[in-house]
Design a protein around this ligand. Sequence first.
Ligand code: PEP
Length: 253
Amino acid sequence: MRRKIIAGNWKMNKNLEEGLSLASEVTNMAADEVPNDVTMVMCTPAIHLSAVSTTTKDSSNVFVGAQNMSEYESGAYTGDLSGNMVASTGATFVIIGHSERREYHFETNAQLAQRVKLALSIGLTPIFCCGESLKTREANEHIDFVNKQLDESLFDLSAEDIKKIVIAYEPIWAIGTGVTASSEQAQEMHRSIRSFIATQYTHEVAKEISILYGGSMKPGNAQELLSQPDVDGGLIGGASLKARDFIDIAKSY
Ligand code: PEP
């Protein structure tokens, strides 16, 4: 049975004090208001992972994730963050291949494939991001584009391993823009992702994978997006920075 997941991506926001205050607000509100079958994740700046993990350690449904990790286990990679370091903080999720990292840090599908494998080998759950630009959508190439991202980064995984990952479909034109994909556009892509996985593996495998939607999700539009049969949750940027909004999204299920 695939999980319902509401994950927040704080990006480069919140100093430590602000981050800890947001994390404890979210954790306390989740305990009172969010059903236990909804998994919540806060993907914080790396420097906050350890402290935020302490805040959430007694929660049954709030977890912590990193926003990125290296494809290397350790070594002379100044400024980088290894999967092992992430796991040692108590974090259990890691975003891999966010479009901002692909764009500003030139991350490639091949590099992301290595990161996904390494994350899984350490016991972290990768939240693998995919999604097309506006130009690609307008050229009606969005499905092929996303299929290629999946193919080149995920399809070397065994059936057992691919079942452990979470996929986030995030159309680039909807991230941080206030423009959301319509529920039909989201469902079309999510269904396509699931059937593409089914053709590479099996329907049973595809059915197990949570596919999140990301791109200007907020309390006002969450319910409609989350009611689509292949939308299993959200990856939320801006609205995850306010505890009330983040919790209200999680309550929209
Ligand atoms: C994101 O950064 O993954 C994201 C979806 O951002 P926003 O919700 O602000 O569009």
